[in-house]
Design a protein around this ligand. Structure first.
Ligand code: ADP
Ligand code: F6P
Length: 319
C-alpha cells in the first residue's frame, strides 16, 4: 500500500494519540502516505481529512483524548453510508485504514474490509471489554485515575467514619471495577459478571466493623448502576453514613500511563506492518507480552473470561 488512513472511533481513551503517532510515523518510515481522518467514520463519509507528516503527531504522546477527534456515526451502519465511505476512500486514494476503537468500530472495519478497503482494528477503550486482547489502550490509565480518585474519597470517608459508594465506568464490563477494588482495598465490588445481594454487603460491613473497621469503600460497576440507591440502602441497614459518587467521564481523560503509551506504540507499528503487506480485516491484540492479530469476525465472536481468581482474592483480603 502507498497511502493509508487513520481514524479514532467510539469513546475516546488515553493512549489513542500514541497509537495515531505510531501508525503515522511507521507508515512514513516505510515510504507510505498517511491521511488523518477526523471524527471517526464521519470524516471518511464527509471528506474531513488531512495529509499527515512526521510533525503532525509531535507532542501528542503524553496527551489524553485524540488529535483526530472521535464520534459515533450511525450512517456508517447503513449500506448507503458504507458505500459513501468506500467511494471516498477510492477518490482520496486511501488503500487501507487503521481504525482505533472498540468492538463497534471493529464491526465497521469488518464491513469496510468486506467492501474492498482493508482495515486493521486497534483496541482503544478504557473498558478492556474486547475479547481478542488481554489489554486495551486506555484501560491502564483509567484504572490509575480511578485509583487516585478513590484514594481521595477514602481520606474523607476516613475523617467522617463513612461509607463511600463509588461508581466506575465499564459499560457492561467489570474489569475496571474489580481491579480498582483490589488496588484500593474496597470492602466490596459489585460487577455485572457476578450476582450480588445487598444484604450480604451489609452483613460483611457489620462483621468488619466489629473488628474495628470504621470507613468503607464499595465499588459499583456502571453495568450495575443505582449507586445512590445502594448508598441509601447501606446507610439504612447499617446506620453508617453513606455517600455515592459517580466518577463519570473524568475516567476517560488524562495523560496516558507508560503501559498505555508503550502498548499503543507497539500496536500502531504492528498495524502498519500488516497494511504494508496488503493485509486487512484483522484486529491487533496482546496475549501475555506477545502481539497477535485475528480475523475481525473471529475476534468479535470470542468471549473474554472474567478474572475469577482476582474476584476471590478481593473477597478474602478486603475485609
Ligand atoms: P466502540 O467502537 O467504542 O465500541 P460504538 O459501538 O459506538 O463504539 O461504535 C463506534 C462506531 O462504529 C459507530 O458509531 C458506527 O459508526 C460504527 N459501528 C458500530 N457498529 C457497527 C456495525 N454493526 N456496522 C457498521 N458500523 C458499526
Ligand atoms: O466505552 C467507554 C465508555 O466510557 C463506557 O465506559 C461508558 O459506558 C461509555 O463509554 C460512555 O459513553 P459516552 O461518552 O457516550 O457517554
Amino acid at each position: 500500500m502507498k497511502r493509508i488512513g487513520v481514524l479514532t472511533s467510539g469513546g475516546d481513551a488515553p493512549g489513542m494519540n500514541a497509537a495515531i503517532r505510531a501508525v503515522t510515523r511507521t507508515a512514513l518510515y516505510k515510504g507510505m502516505e498517511v491521511v488523518g481522518i477526523r471524527r471517526g467514520y464521519n470524516g471518511l463519509i464527509n471528506g474531513d481529512v488531512f495529509d499527515m507528516n512526521v510533525r503532525s503527531v509531535s507532542s501528542i504522546i503524553q496527551r489524553g483524548g485524540t488529535l483526530l477527534f472521535t464520534a459515533r456515526c450511525p450512517e456508517f451502519k447503513t449500506e448507503e453510508g458504507l458505500q459513501k465511505a468506500v467511494h471516498a476512500c477510492k477518490e482520496m486514494g486511501i488503500e487501507g485504514l487503521a481504525v482505533i476503537g472498540g468492538d463497534g468500530s471493529y464491526r465497521g472495519a469488518g464491513d469496510l474490509s468486506a467492501r474492498g478497503i482493508p482495515c486493521i482494528g486497534i483496541p482503544g477503550t478504557i473498558d478492556n471489554d474486547i475479547s481478542s486482547t488481554d489489554y486495551t489502550i486506555g484501560y491502564d490509565t483509567a484504572m490509575n485515575t480511578v485509583m487516585q480518585l478513590v484514594d481521595k474519597l477514602r481520606d474523607t470517608a476516613h475523617s467522617h467514619d463513612r461509607c463511600s459508594v463509588v461508581e466506575v465506568m465499564g459499560r457492561h464490563a467489570g474489569y475496571i471495577a474489580l481491579n480498582t477494588a483490589i488496588a484500593c482495598g474496597a470492602t466490596e465490588v459489585l460487577c455485572p459478571e457476578r450476582d450480588y445481594n445487598l444484604d450480604d454487603v451489609v452483613a460483611k460491613m457489620l462483621r468488619t466493623r466489629e473488628t474495628g473497621k470504621q470507613n468503607f469503600i464499595i465499588i459499583v460497576a456502571e453495568g450495575i448502576g443505582k449507586s445512590e440507591e445502594i448508598a441509601k440502602y447501606i446507610e439504612e441497614k447499617t446506620g453508617i453514613e453513606s455517600r455515592a459518587t459517580i466518577l463519570g467521564h473524568v475516567q476517560r481523560g488524562g495523560s496516558p500511563t507508560v503501559r498505555d503509551r508503550v502498548l499503543a506504540s507497539q500496536m500502531g507499528y504492528y498495524a502498519v506492518n500488516l497494511l504494508e503487506q496488503g493485509i486487512g480485516n484483522r484486529v491487533i491484540g496482546i496475549r501475555g507480552d506477545k502481539l497477535v492479530d485475528y480475523d475481525i469476525h473471529e475476534a468479535l465472536k470470542m468471549k473474554k473470561p472474567f478474572e475469577d481468581a482476582l474476584y476471590d482474592i478481593s473477597g478474602i483480603i478486603n475485609i
